[in-house]
Design a protein around this ligand. Structure first.
Ligand code: C2E
Ligand code: CA
Ligand code: CA
Length: 406
């Protein structure tokens, strides 16, 4: 571990020479050999631009005169910096938390938000994360090129995993969400963040959706198999707003549902607005026609700014899924509760079912139960799994469920 630590290449940015000296000494004490310092965020950016892959870790102060930490982080995001980021600040905790979220929204890998003065133990923990992240980054984060994604769709290398959604009041299994993975011939199981964006940008997302929904091992076929086993489970499929501009989509879905031999209401489409809607009227038209065909509609990632109030006003959703960034830890975080609770109330007033995603521990579970949320989904209940594992999971859940409700 120590040798891995010492190999980390770090860039420190702080306008105060004293702070820089102090931090570099702390890094040196932990055995790090390649620690560069920089007093000006602009200069740091230039250095990072020149050699984007050189640094494993960037450690940045928030309060700086020329370019502050928030602006720096935005540029770092634009550079698609793949290493770890640590934010350091003497400001209050809320500001650090906000800065951290901003950095994450630029898809930067934030390893820590440290309050000055930085404690050696904290630093050590953060650096451990950095060594793990470095190992993972190269293997796990880069997106695949579009031609490979196209081939994966064509050669049926995409597989659906399913994650349970359970009722908070009864613990009853309410349905499952299909989450696509790519069974890559060389790289193993690849997560969707490495190919969904690519598919969206290169006009492949419609083909991907069709494959996930109605392919030979698609969600509808799976719903039919479970139905044949006496298990009438609602199956949710993610659809990006991007693919809701095709007027033929509602008929296509209705026909696929009929061909699979399951009722339309057995299917739920989870919709997120990944970018600005290209054609809001067309989308409204298509979503309304899906509703008329009795297909369920869920507004996904609610609260993230992608899924907005305007959509709630305009589109007849049956279900609202509060994004996991407002769920996990809500019971101990007032700011999260201030968003979560009104979202639940509003959905209820609009006659929608509420789902919380990202339920990771018993505190989350109990808080949501008390808050009157209808359905929970998350690692606490069950991780996404191959369809063949679902009944085994259900048997174990029945036991845990008894204990939870007792
Ligand atoms: P999403 O729709 O918000 O799906 C939930 C994501 O959160 C899943 O990530 C799931 O594995 C993860 N998750 C579930 N429970 C927990 C928890 O307790 N804690 C945490 N931290 N995470 C949890 P996954 O499978 O990597 O999918 C990422 C995203 O990729 C999905 O986010 C969805 O937007 C997109 N996606 C997945 N499958 C498809 C698909 O077939 N079509 C489209 N268009 N998008 C898809
Ligand atoms: Ca979803
Ligand atoms: Ca989400």
């Amino acid at each position: 571990m120590t040798s891995e630590l010492s190999a980390l290449r770090v860039l420190l940015i702080d306008d105060e020479p004293f702070q820089l000296k102090l931090l570099s000494r702390q890094f040196a004490n932990l055995g790090l050999q390649d620690v560069q310092t920089c007093q000006d965020a602009r200069v740091a950016l230039a250095r990072l631009k020149q050699e984007p892959a050189h640094f494993d870790l960037v450690c940045c102060d928030l309060q700086m005169p020329d370019m502050d930490g928030i602006e720096f982080v935005r540029h770092l995001g634009e550079l698609r910096f793949g290493g770890g980021l640590v934010l350091v600040s003497g400001e209050d905790k809320r500001i650090l938390q906000t800065a951290q979220r901003l950095a994450e929204s630029h898809t930067l890998r934030v390893l820590g938000a440290l309050h000055k003065p930085v404690m050696p133990e904290q630093l050590k923990t953060t650096l451990r994360l950095a060594t793990q992240a470095r190992a993972a980054t190269r293997a796990v984060h880069a997106a695949y090129p579009a031609n490979e994604v196209a081939l994966a769709i064509e050669q049926a290398q995409l597989v659906n995993y399913y994650q349970p959604k359970v009722e908070l009041a009864s613990g009853r299994l309410a349905g499952v969400e299909a989450l696509v993975r790519w069974q890559h011939p060389e790289d193993g199981l690849v997560m969707p963040d490495r190919f969904i964006g690519v598919a969206e940008e290169h006009g492949l997302i419609d083909d991907l959706t069709r494959c996930v929904l109605a392919g030979p091992n698609g969600a509808l076929q799976q719903a039919r198999s479970w139905q044949d086993m006496g298990c009438a489970l609602q199956v949710a499929v993610n659809v990006s707003m991007d693919s809701l501009t095709d007027h033929a989509f509602p008929d296509y879905v209705a026909q696929a549902v009929a061909a699979a031999g399951v009722p339309a209401s057995r299917l739920m489409l989870e919709v997120t607005e990944s970018r600005a809607m290209k054609d809001p009227m067309a989308t409204l038209d298509i979503l309304t026609r899906l509703r008329l065909r009795r297909i369920g509609l869920s507004i996904d990632d609610f609260g993230t700014g992608h899924s907005s109030l305007a959509q709630l006003r305009d589109i007849p959703f049956d279900e609202l899924k509060v994004d996991r960034s407002f769920v996990h830890g809500a019971c101990a975080n007032e700011a999260l509760r201030a968003i979560l609770q009104p979202s639940l109330n509003m959905a209820r007033q609009l006659g929608m079912k509420t789902v919380a995603e990202g339920v990771e521990d018993i505190d989350d579970w109990q808080y949501l139960q008390a808050a009157g949320c209808d359905v929970a989904q998350g690692y606490f209940i069950g991780r996404p799994m191959p369809p063949g594992h679902l009944l085994g999971w259900l048997a174990e859940w029945e036991v845990r469920r008894g204990a939870l409700l007792a």
